[in-house]
Design a protein around this ligand. Structure first.
Ligand code: ADP
Length: 261
């Protein structure tokens, strides 16, 4: 609590009464702590790929003359690329948060087939994450007015979370259904699930559920925040249904756009 005002002592010296305002700053403090944690994790996460990149590049120096230079170079460049991609997506996420804060995140709305994007995202995720089975259970053709890159980012975030928070070998399923004037997209996993009292918080900026599992899984608590902001900008809704030990279903809806032929 933060208070400003005056304390009036009684003749005995103990407080008699207080006049002023008392402000509950618990939420601010919590956000500040989360922000500090965030900065510490970010610095660490950026340092790790940078250190290994530096190592790979140092290794590469002076090896070009050897006969095995070609295969060596391709291994090293592949590893370097993976690290660079990791940093790239991190930095992109931070920039999006910064843009959201300054209200500079603008959408490039175009008519598009959301069902095709669901299929493409599932296909791409299957190539990237071969430890899980990614299936599209149901996919109804439907057009929406949306920012293709941003919706791709939302689907990518939901898929990577579904993978991150569920054990290897489990199924991640997607669907895309028309319900009334909306299209409903679902990303469902068979993972650890989220406790009921945490459900309302997972879309908060920098929020991460603390369990013995999640502390070993790297993340920054910005993915779902970005998803929620992007979907809100599209006049859609986003929510999650989850059961501990059974899995989670993340849903988002978008208004169906009238697209001229
Ligand atoms: P993070 O980078 O931590 O994954 P997100 O904003 O994407 O950040 O998610 C916020 C938190 O919500 C995560 O830290 C995790 O605790 C929880 N969460 C997100 N997706 C899932 C999921 N599919 N299953 C279980 N927990 C999840």
């Amino acid at each position: 609590l933060r208070s400003t005002g005056k304390l009036y002592p009684a003749e005995s010296g103990t407080a008699s009464h207080f006049s002023g305002t008392v402000l509950d700053i618990t939420a601010h403090k919590l956000e500040e702590i989360r922000k500090n944690d965030f900065i510490a994790i970010v610095s660490h996460e950026l340092k790790t790929p940078l250190t290994s990149l530096k190592g790979y590049l140092q290794l590469m120096r002076g090896r070009f003359d050897s006969s095995a230079a070609h295969s060596f170079f391709s291994t090293v460049s592949e590893k370097s690329l993976a690290q660079v991609e990791k940093m790239h997506s991190l930095v992109k996420g931070f920039l999006d948060v910064a843009r959201l804060e300054s209200a500079k995140l603008v959408l490039n709305l175009q008519p598009m087939r959301i069902d095709q994007l669901v299929l493409e995202s599932a296909e791409e995720a299957s190539l990237m994450y071969d430890q899980h089975e990614i299936i599209v259970e149901y996919c109804e053709p439907v057009e929406v007015m949306a920012d293709r890159d941003k919706i791709t980012q939302v689907l990518g975030n939901l898929l990577s979370n579904a993978i991150k928070y569920s054990p290897r070998g489990k199924i991640v399923s997607m669907s895309c259904k028309v319900i009334g004037t909306e299209v409903l997209v679902e990303v469902k996993d068979q993972g650890m699930g989220i406790k009921q009292h945490e459900i309302s918080k997972v879309f908060d900026r920098f929020y991460r559920v603390e369990t013995k599992h999640t502390t070993t899984i790297s993340g920054f608590g910005i993915g779902l925040y970005l998803c929620a902001e992007i979907i809100k900008l599209h006049n859609g809704r986003i929510w999650v249904e989850s059961k501990i030990g059974v899995g989670s279903s993340f849903f988002f809806s978008l208004p169906i756009g009238k697209v001229s032929p």
